[in-house]
Write a protein that binds this ligand. Structure first.
Ligand SMILES: *Cc1c(COP(=O)(O)O)cnc(C)c1O
Length: 424
């Protein structure tokens, strides 16, 4: 076993890590917890806890309704503009609103109406189920056809398949930029270009991309996008999502949900809806102010660290993980079910193993080695390891590989049951 070599290398990599000080900006009470689930729910920044305390005690507690004008009304745009800097969009192209599913519905419906001389929606079988449910509902409602591109290896989709699916019938192509299970990442620029060549619009779901990989929406000429803030942006449980509409499409597309926050003058209480201009027209009703406030510091920290640095560390950590996987795990029935090329991957890695479910339980059990390792299990036999470069360390990767090896070689997984809890 060459663990000591791995450990030594990890120590050097950690001490040379330009982002190492960012870990201190998060609440990490228990260092024996190795958290590899930042791709589902990011950690809590210390400054966010302080900010929420202020929003609750001062802005709400003392200043009451005055806070709407002073602090809250413009927050959705202000945070949207910060997210624009992360994603290579212009000011006024991104706003924080609702959740990802609702935003996907709004933008897909708007795109379909705009392209009503075409009636096919294209997505793929690797997409997040909620996205596919929303698209199925829209297709039923509008008498459209939903076509799902297949993946031969269940890891990735070839650009040729995308090309084949695009024709003059297609109104909209919508995909997860980074696939939730395998972490396969599409070439955003290329796929967007192929979509435009076929006369269709593109809508990217950036839930596993924002804060994880470098993106330039303007450079790729993307039409529409949505994404989460509670994953790599560390916005907290249920924090509202973001949506992006390219500037020149903002007036052409209409939101299907005509709520008062997206109307031209919400406080005129006019009986006739008139859409606001610009990105605000894609809002619906009153935002969840507390959750909205929780996003800002996570985004600030990400901007400060710099997306290039974050991507660079994620890349190095993933390569290190794969190197150790080849040395220690490959002969124990594991299979890497993420792309092997780093440029085709987001920031998590997936391993499959027939005992993945019980193994995931064993990883979380402290009694084995004093660590509680938290990845997540994805049915039927995958374990996802999320690498959040702002707070994950190389040493944590070594410990994870060591524990996996121990669990399998000593058959420790046999001690756990197959009981499924509700949130995995
Ligand atoms: C996490 C995730 C979502 C979550 O959607 P919500 O409506 O915010 O719950 C949507 N799409 C993808 C691709 C995701 O990974």
């Amino acid at each position: 076993m060459r663990n000591s070599v791995g450990l030594e290398k990890a120590r050097i990599l950690d001490s040379n890590d330009p982002l190492k000080s960012f870990r201190e900006q998060f609440i990490i009470d228990d260092p024996s917890v190795i958290y590899l689930d930042g791709n589902s729910l990011g950690r809590l920044p210390i400054s966010t806890a302080d900010r929420l305390e202020k929003v609750i005690r001062v802005e709400w507690g003392k200043e009451l309704i005055d806070s709407w004008n002073k602090n809250w009304y413009k927050k959705s745009e202000q945070i949207g503009n910060k997210i624009s800097k992360l994603l290579g969009a212009r000011e006024g192209e991104i706003i924080v609103s609702d959740n990802t599913s609702v935003n996907l519905f709004k933008l897909a419906a708007a795109a379909l109406k705009y392209q009503d001389n075409r009636n096919v929606i294209v997505s793929d079988k690797l997409n997040f189920p909620s996205d596919l449910y929303i698209l199925q509902g829209l297709a039923n409602e509008n008498n459209n056809t939903l076509e799902l591109i297949d993946s031969e290896d269940e890891i990735s989709v070839n650009n040729e398949k995308i090309k084949e699916a695009l024709n003059e019938e297609v109104a909209l192509l919508t995909l997860s930029h980074v696939v939730f299970k395998s972490a396969f990442m599409y070439d955003m620029k290329k796929v967007t270009r192929l979509t435009h060549e076929a006369g269709a619009l593109v809508l990217w779901d950036l839930s596993h991309s924002a804060g994880a990989v470098s993106i330039n929406l303007n450079e790729a000429n993307v039409d529409l996008a949505v994404g989460c803030t509670y994953k790599y942006l560390n916005g907290g449980p249920g924090s509202p999502a973001f949506l992006y509409v390219k500037e020149e499409l903002q007036e052409k597309l209409q939101s299907p949900i005509q709520g008062w926050f997206g109307s031209a003058n919400p406080f005129s209480f006019s009986l006739q809806y008139q859409a606001e201009t610009g990105i605000r027209k894609y809002l619906t009703g009153t935002p969840s102010v507390l959750s909205l406030a929780a996003i800002e510091h996570g985004v600030d920290i990400t901007l400060k660290a710099g997306m290039e640095n974050i991507r660079d560390k994620s890349w190095k950590m993933s390569q290190f993980f794969i190197e150790l996987y080849h040395e220690e795990l490959i002969d124990l029935g594991f299979k890497l079910t993420s792309p092997s090329l780093p440029e085709q991957r987001g920031s998590h890695l997936t391993l499959s193993h027939k005992e993945a479910f019980r193994m995931n339980k064993a990883l979380m059990d402290r009694s084995i080695d004093g660590t509680k390792i938290i990845p997540d299990f994805r049915a039927p036999d995958h374990i996802r390891f999320g690498i959040a470069p702002l707070y994950c360390t190389f040493i944590e990767i070594v410990r994870t590989i060591q524990k996996l090896k121990l669990i399998v070689s000593d058959k420790l997984y046999l001690n756990y049951s197959f009981d499924q809890s509700s949130v995995t």
